[in-house]
Ligand binder design. Structure first.
Ligand code: NAP
Length: 284
């Protein structure tokens, strides 16, 4: 692509609305066929305002597609054992089809142990080690919601991945690592970067596809990105900016996810989609 060609905007908001319309039909059909409504259980530990907002948004999305959700809110001083007991009760509850434990939990809690306590068939947010391992091996598992949503968005816009060099900046358990494995599974050649990576700009310059999952506002500079690249920004910060300096890239890269309205809505739509799938599988 030459400089100043139009840049394709990967509209996650529009795609998520389309997905929700299809999910409403699937939920209606499931209720007619089995008399059961899919239920997502959300667990919020503590009173972090951003986490509260995310849990509320997920509950609202359930309502929009005709699903039910049940909400467990636990105090900041909850112990690992208490949270594990809550998860085990939800695992055993046959009315609950999916479980979302909102990240991050207070620091005294062993978050990994709690994620891994979620039953695989209810791990609709794709946070367990078992689910990650199965996904990485190409076996059936629910993907981590944010990277799985990014993959759905790239597919919807026919973005070619096979043989392309994808550079993922960030290696968190919920985003960078599963993103890299999903891109690898789609035959991209993947480089994973993190805080100890040397000469990040030079690596990003080689990327056909750049995924920003750093958690720092506009940390990845526009000038590090080559002309014609596909730019995916998972970040969202106050002021409506992401992890990548996006504005100067319009007209210079081939495709871009907007912030807001790109990756964020796809994360929620993916969680809901995987919850409906879990309910369908558990009903059959
Ligand atoms: P995280 O757990 O804080 O991980 C950040 C990653 O960035 C780490 O792997 C870290 O490396 C790496 N990093 C930090 N400084 C760096 C540097 N100077 N150079 C290169 N790499 C660096 O964050 P996260 O949960 O993955 O989230 C990442 C972003 O995605 C955030 O902006 C978050 O808000 C956003 N997010 C969005 C959604 C959504 O639904 N839209 C969902 C989840 C997250 P080390 O491993 O070496 O520390």
């Amino acid at each position: 692509m030459s400089a100043n060609s139009p840049t394709l905007v990967l509209d996650g908001k529009a795609l998520s609305l389309k997905m929700e319309a299809q999910l409403l039909e699937r939920v209606t059909r499931l209720r007619e066929d089995t008399g059961r409504t899919p239920i997502l259980a959300t667990i919020l530990v503590g009173d972090d305002p951003a986490s509260e907002t995310y849990v509320k948004m997920k509950g609202n999305a359930c309502k929009r597609v005709g699903m039910d959700s049940i909400r467990r809110t636990l105090p900041s001083e909850t112990t690992t054992e208490q949270l594990l007991a809550e998860i085990q009760a939800l695992n055993a509850n046959l009315d609950v089809h999916g479980i979302l434990l909102q990240h991050p939990v207070p620091e005294q809690i062993d978050e990994r142990a709690c994620f891994d306590a979620i039953a695989l068939e209810k791990d609709v947010d794709g946070v367990t080690c078992l689910g990650f391992g199965r996904m990485s091996m190409g076996e059936r598992a629910y993907g981590s919601a944010t990277p799985a949503g990014i993959m759905t968005l790239l597919k919807a816009y026919d973005i070619e991945l096979a043989g392309k060099h994808a550079v993922v900046v960030g290696r968190s358990a919920i985003l960078g690592k599963p993103m890299a494995m999903m891109l690898l599974g789609a035959d991209a050649t993947v480089t994973i970067c993190h805080s100890k990576t040397r000469d990040l700009p030079a690596l990003i310059k080689q990327a056909d596809i750049v995924v920003g999952a750093v958690g720092r506002p506009e940390f990845i500079k526009a000038e590090w990105i080559k002309d014609g690249a596909v730019v995916v920004d998972a970040g969202y910060h106050p002021g409506g900016v992401g992890d990548i300096e996006l504005a100067p890239l319009h007209g210079r890269v081939s495709a871009i996810t907007p912030v807001p309205g790109g990756v964020g809505p796809m994360t929620i739509a993916t969680l809901i989609e995987q919850s409906v799938t879990a309910a369908e599988r558990q009903a059959s």
